[in-house]
Design a protein around this ligand. Structure first.
Ligand SMILES: [Zn+2]
Length: 458
């Protein structure tokens, strides 16, 4: 079911907060309040004034905590949750191709319906805990394709978060699996559109340039066109393997090929875009794609460093994802902050303000393109997706130095309260609507069974 969550109180006033609005003109309102009506923000302002104006509203006392929009993750893989702690037989994986062939592809093939369910639920619980309220997922479970996105949608609905889902079409497991992937995207795009839920959206997923032949890409474009759907979500240029494959098989660099096959456009998300040349970067800008950056994953896979400063300088719509690493977007920001300085041996590269703008304004604009209201800003009319952060800084905090506080002082564990669509999902770090202990216990059993299938296939 894609039913909307409608258990939000009609009026909820979050009082006594240090309200950071983000949005076009970011403000820090000391002793501020946010009035929530239904699933949207109705007013933002002075705490006493709003309390006097709306005496009937239910109150949620922020106790001086920082009140800010929930974070958005531009690219993740819920299914990667089961990789945590998994033994991978054989010598250490030597390059990205081996990481794909020996870890990710056999893992996704080992997932059944229950594996998909629990490997979605547990990172979604992490997202609530770490204050990430909207996630753009990229899913693969090549032995359980049809209906897999419904299983994830149910998990999203259960947790109360907001997500945009898709299935990673690939040729790596043969034509049947590729056809099933196309079918699953098309089915779920139609279903999400018909349901019109403000919590669930769909796009068309493609695994990666290096596992998709031209025929399949053309079929995906034709299918998307027949649905009237714009935009894809694909991995591209995630290291030299993609370029080498593209040049050997098609005599084209990766981004050139995707442009030629009409995959790029203003609604497409290209994850990584690391191994690209100046002309490919120009194409990313001209076609208006979203380029998602995942620094922790890139460092872990040793695939190189995206030229994020140049992408941003050129006006490319760069966004921040986590690639399934963890749903603590504050940690991802920290990684981005230090990675580019280190890679360039220049501490001036990627200033905190620029990074914060990318991770909040850009990510929010991408998320809002999938949903019917603005996101990632505390202002009337936006979705009431907000977090309370227990942060008592030892140095002055202003709207102008907020970015440095976020990078040097924050982490997801400071998030005390998470609200999505006006519904309180976590309060004082407790998640009352989910039996987290039971979900984790079952998740461990399902992960063990998944690992055994993985080992049996290795
Ligand atoms: Zn990814």
């Amino acid at each position: 079911m894609l039913a909307a969550q409608t258990t939000a109180p009609s009026n909820l006033l979050v009082t006594n907060g240090r309200v950071c609005t983000f949005g076009e003109t970011p403000r820090l309102i000391e002793n501020g309040a946010v009035l929530i009506t239904g699933d949207a923000i109705a007013a933002v302002g002075d705490s006493q004034a709003l309390a006097a104006e709306y005496p009937q509203a239910d109150k949620l006392d922020a106790q001086g905590m920082l009140v800010m929009p929930g974070m958005v993750c531009a690219h993740t893989h819920f299914y990667s949750a089961f990789a945590r702690g998994m033994y991978i037989p054989g010598p250490p994986m030597a390059d990205f191709r081996e990481i794909l062939e020996r870890l990710w592809w056999p893992l996704d093939r080992a997932l059944d319906a229950e594996g998909v369910r629990y490997s979605a639920l547990t990172p979604l619980i992490d997202a609530i805990r770490y204050g990430t309220t909207t996630l753009i997922d990229h899913h693969a479970s090549n032995r359980f394709v049809d209906g897999s996105l419904d299983v994830i949608a149910e998990a999203v609905t259960e947790t109360g978060l907001r997500a945009c889902l898709c299935y990673e079409v690939t040729d790596r497991d043969g034509p049947e699996v590729a056809a099933a992937g196309i079918r699953e995207n098309a089915r779920f795009i139609r279903k999400a559109r018909a349901a019109g839920s403000p919590y669930l959206a769909a796009t068309f997923g493609l695994h990666a340039a290096l596992t998709l032949g031209d025929d399949t890409l053309d079929r995906c474009v034709a299918e998307a066109e027949s649905l009237g759907h714009n935009g894809f979500h694909i991995h591209a240029a995630e290291g030299p393997a993609d370029r080498e494959h593209s040049l050997a098989a098609y005599n084209l660099r990766t981004i050139d090929r995707l442009a030629q096959r009409r995959i790029l456009g203003p609604s497409t998300i290209v994850a990584h875009a690391i191994d690209i040349d100046a002309w490919e970067m120009g194409l990313l800008r001209e076609t208006g794609v979203w380029v998602s950056h995942q620094p922790r994953s890139n460092m872990n896979n040793a695939v190189g460093v995206a030229d994020l400063p140049a992408l941003l300088r050129g006006g490319v719509k760069a966004v921040l994802g986590n690639d399934g690493f963890s749903n603590d977007m504050f940690e991802e920001m920290k990684a981005a902050y230090v990675l580019h300085k280190s890679a360039r041996s220049d501490p001036r590269v990627l200033p905190a303000g620029q990074l914060l703008h990318m991770a909040t304004a850009h990510n929010a604009a991408l998320a809002a393109s999938f949903f019917p209201r603005p996101l990632g800003r505390l202002e009337p009319g936006a979705f009431a997706d907000l977090i309370l952060v227990d942060y008592d800084p030892p140095t002055p905090l202003t709207i102008d130095n907020l970015a440095w506080h976020l990078i040097f002082g924050f982490d997801g564990r400071r998030v005390d309260t998470t609200i999505a669509g006006g519904r309180v999902l976590m309060r004082h770090r407790l998640i009352p609507h989910l039996d987290v202990e039971r979900i984790y216990a079952r998740s461990r059993e399902v992960a063990q069974a998944t690992w055994e299938r993985f080992w049996a296939s290795s």
